[in-house]
Design a binder for this molecule. Sequence first.
Ligand SMILES: Cc1cc2nc3c(=O)[nH]c(=O)nc-3n(C[C@H](O)[C@H](O)[C@H](O)COP(=O)(O)O)c2cc1C
Length: 255
Amino acid sequence: MGTVTPRPQPGNPKPRLFRLAEHQAIINRMGFNNDGVEALCERLAHVRYRGILGVNIGKNFDTPIEQAVDDYLLCLDKTYPVASYIAINISSPNTKNLRQLQGVSELDALLGALKSRQTALADQYGNYVPIVLKIAPDLDTGQINNIADALRRHRIDAVIATNTTLGREGVEKSPLAAEAGGLSGSPLFEKSTAVIRSLAQALAGELPIIAAGGITSGKRARAKLEAGATLVQIYSGLIYSGPQLVAECVEATNM
Ligand SMILES: Cc1cc2nc3c(=O)[nH]c(=O)nc-3n(C[C@H](O)[C@H](O)[C@H](O)COP(=O)(O)O)c2cc1C
């Protein structure tokens, strides 16, 4: 679910989602269109689904980046009782300055605040809900190592690699390549898998990696596990291939 923000917001003006069908890719600049965290929790209270339900949280577009921590803490408080795990989104390219939170000092402050609130909430509810950090694919090895250090230091439960990319490698010739937003789907595969490889090395198995990015076949799901992930997520691939892709991934990763 998500990304959800403290207050409702409309997201970016339409059109804001573009299918590059010949590349099995998508460019989106949705901008966290959502009804706000209260509405999400109200809806989830009536859901009978009993599977794993991850809630992805973010900040409102008009919250100054210096106050971003407050938005995440508020969303953590509200979603804690309804989520199986909570994903911290600091990697969407469609909210101005959001990716700055991946910087060393910003990340240290954010993860420190979230960890101590998680500890208090676990005590309050008698239930430990894991916190997962979702990162961008547009990071160099130094940045990935810094993020890995912060994840270990703050005992974050897992990491999702990756969100969409600002790069346009592989779709340069598409008339839609110049649209602003994050690119997902098939052309993202190599870039996000390379992030998993670096992360796996830096984390040395200390916390699990959840792979996302360009999984369009069972073979690619398997390649994510071989790169060091323990779980996979599918978004764009599901749009182009439909739910049978899930069965194909299960089959291919049954190692
Ligand atoms: C239309 C669309 C909306 C998305 N919205 C979000 C979002 O709100 N929060 C988030 O963390 N990632 C969001 N993503 C990113 C996906 O969750 C995923 O990380 C990314 O698309 C890479 O995986 P894929 O290649 O399988 O699509 C969105 C992707 C698409 C295509």
